[in-house]
Design a protein around this ligand. Structure first.
Ligand SMILES: [Zn+2]
Ligand SMILES: [Zn+2]
Length: 367
C-alpha cells in the first residue's frame, strides 16, 4: 500500500511517514519563503490536502486551500500560524483546479483576508459550473450513468454512502477575481512563479513552476503514488485522457529539483513519475481494448466491471462506482478519438446508450 513507485525519491519523508501512520503531516518550510501547510480532508481516503504558502507582497500567496470543513479551516489557520503568518496576511489564493479539496476554503480565506482568488478560466468560468445546485448535479450524474449503460444495480450501488451535502456544494460555486493564463506570472513580473496549464484531471488544471526555487507544484496532476482520477463531469464529452497524456508529456522534460503535490508527499524524479503514469494508462488502454474485444457491443459500465480495480467491483459503491465508470469512459473516449474503437450506441443527440466495437486488436503505446 505504501510502496514508492520505481525511479522516484521521496523528499517529503515526514509527510510519507505521516501517510503511513495515518496522521496529519507537519507544517514544513520547504524552501526559504515556501511552506507546506497540510489541512485535514475529512471523509476522504486522501486524508489531507497539502496547501502551500509562498512569500508575496509582504504576506503570502496560498496555493490551494483545502476542503470546506471546520477542521480543514482550523488546520489552515493553525498551519499558517506555525509558519509565522496570520490568515489576514494571505494576499492571493491560486487554485490548481476546481475540485472541492483545492478551492473549497477559497471564499472563506478571501472573506477573512481580502485576498484575490485566481483559477484557470476553464475551471472557473460560470459556464463551466454546469449545475445549478446539488439536485441538478445528481440529475446530471444519473443521466450520465444511464448513457454509460448503468443498470438498476449500478444506480443502487452508486447511491450508497454519502456524497457532498448541499452546504458544501454551495462552496463549490466560487466567483474568482482573476483567471490563470497558461505561461502567465500570477504573482507579477518580480516573482518566478509561472502557471502551467495541465488539462486532464480537470479542463482547467494548472501546475505552478516556481523558478525562484526550481520546484513544481503539481496539484493533482502528478502525485507520487496515486494515479489521479481522469473522469469527465456529467454531460462532459471531452477527451480528458488525451489532454492528460499531452499535459504529462509536456512536463516530462522540465528539470526541477523537487515535485510538490497536493496530496501524499514531496518527491524527486518528475520524468520517471510521468513515465510511470503513462505506463499505467497504456496498460489500462490495453485492458479496455481486451474487454471490448471480448464483448463487442458492450456498454461502458460493462467495460468498467471487467477492469481490475483495487477492490472487487461489488465493493465499489457510492462516488467510487461513478468514478470507476468515468475512468473507464475516459479511456474509451480516448480510444475512440485515436481510431481504436467506435461507439455505435450514442445517437447524435446524445440520448442513446454506449455500445463499443473494436477497430483494432490491441491498444496504443504511450511510453
Ligand atoms: Zn482533483
Ligand atoms: Zn485533490
Amino acid at each position: 500500500m505504501s510502496a514508492v513507485p520505481p525511479g522516484i525519491t521521496v523528499t517529503g519523508t515526514l509527510q510519507r511517514q505521516a501517510w503511513i501512520d495515518r496522521v496529519l503531516p507537519p507544517v514544513e518550510m520547504v524552501r526559504p519563503g515556501l511552506w507546506s501547510v497540510p489541512t485535514p480532508f475529512p471523509g476522504s481516503p486522501l486524508r489531507y490536502v497539502l496547501s502551500y504558502a509562498v512569500a508575496y507582497d509582504g504576506g503570502v500567496a496560498l496555493i490551494d486551500t483545502g476542503w470546506p470543513a471546520a477542521e480543514a479551516w482550523d488546520g489552515l489557520v493553525g498551519g499558517l500560524a506555525e509558519a509565522g503568518w496570520d490568515i489576514g496576511d494571505v494576499k492571493a489564493v491560486l487554485i490548481t483546479h476546481g475540485h472541492g479539496d483545492h478551492m473549497g476554503l477559497a471564499r472563506r480565506v478571501r472573506e477573512h483576508s481580502g485576498a484575490w482568488v485566481a483559477m484557470h478560466e476553464a475551471d472557473a468560468h460560470p459556464e463551466h459550473q454546469h449545475y445549478r445546485d446539488l439536485r441538478d448535479f445528481r440529475r446530471a450524474s444519473d443521466e450520465a450513468l444511464r448513457q454509460r449503460g448503468g443498470l438498476a444495480a449500478d444506480f443502487t450501488a452508486a447511491r450508497q454512502g454519502t456524497g457532498p451535502d448541499a452546504s458544501v456544494f454551495d462552496e463549490f460555486t466560487l466567483a474568482v477575481d482573476r483567471y490563470l493564463p497558461d505561461g502567465g506570472k500570477p504573482l507579477g513580473p518580480g516573482s518566478g512563479l509561472i502557471s502551467v496549464h495541465t488539462p486532464g484531471h480537470t479542463l482547467g488544471h494548472t501546475c505552478f513552476f516556481d523558478g525562484d526555487r526550481n520546484v513544481l507544484l503539481t496539484g493533482d496532476h502528478v502525485l507520487p503514488r496515486i494515479t489521479p482520477n481522469i473522469s469527465p463531469a456529467p454531460g462532459q464529452a471531452d477527451d480528458l485522457l488525451g489532454m492528460y497524456i499531452g499535459s504529462l508529456r509536456a512536463l516530462a522534460g522540465t528539470a526541477v529539483d523537487e515535485v510538490l503535490p497536493a496530496h501524499e508527499y514531496r518527491f524527486r524524479g518528475l520524468a520517471e513519475r510521468v513515465n510511470g503514469l503513462l505506463g499505467h494508462h497504456e496498460a489500462r488502454l490495453g485492458e479496455v481494448m481486451a474487454a471490448v474485444g471480448a464483448a463487442p457491443g458492450c456498454t461502458t459500465v460493462a467495460v468498467a466491471g471487467a477492469l481490475r480495480w483495487s477492490r472487487p467491483w461489488e465493493a465499489m459503491v457510492g462516488p467510487q462506482r461513478r468514478f470507476a465508470i468515468g475512468e473507464a469512459y475516459s479511456h474509451l473516449v480516448y480510444l475512440d478519438r485515436v481510431g481504436y474503437l467506435a461507439n455505435k450506441g450514442i445517437a447524435d443527440d446524445g440520448t442513446g446508450v454506449d455500445s463499443w466495437y473494436p477497430l483494432r486488436d490491441a491498444g496504443p503505446r504511450l511510453t
